[in-house]
Design a protein around this ligand. Sequence first.
Ligand code: SF4
Ligand code: SF4
Length: 185
Amino acid sequence: MSAHHDVPHEKTFAEDLAARTGIDVRKCYQCGKCTAGCPMVPDMDYTPSQIMRLVQVGDRDAALGSRTIWFCASCFTCSTRCPQEVKIAEVMDALREQALREKKAHPRARKVLAFLKSFLGSVRRTGRLHEVGMVMEYKTRARDFFSDVLLAPVMFLKGKLKLFGKPVKDRQAVARIFERTAGTK
Ligand code: SF4
Ligand code: SF4
């Protein structure tokens, strides 16, 4: 009676992630260095190391439904600090994609995506980020006319982005970048 040996092995959450990204979260030994260096922890519901743990234990709903993956600013501090060379920032990106695909994303995702579209819209039009135009577009996309701008895009507020109003000279080059990257996401 060894029927269970014939049951095909269903990939665990961590295995599935490793197959898609080449990153093995099982190597994480919970040292907490990623969390210690992450500037976004105060806005997160789980710390980056806790997200790695959720992946290890297979808690898909908690990881994919977390605020954390949407508040991660992709600064890569965690990835550069990890002694186990776990690429945490890239994991966050893969989890965002999976959360959207499986329709498990935190409600906050809508605002972050609206912000990113506005950000890209501004860069596409001018080659640079135009603060006022982008905030107006963000508010239109996110139907977010009444919230304080300070509650809006985290990357914007953390000073990660430099803000300029004037278009760059070679706008055709910017157009080519968008043409080449179209469809890669
Ligand atoms: S720094 Fe690396 S090993 Fe340490 S908790 Fe974060 S992911 Fe795990
Ligand atoms: S990439 Fe994301 S999770 Fe990593 S340190 Fe930066 S904000 Fe934190």
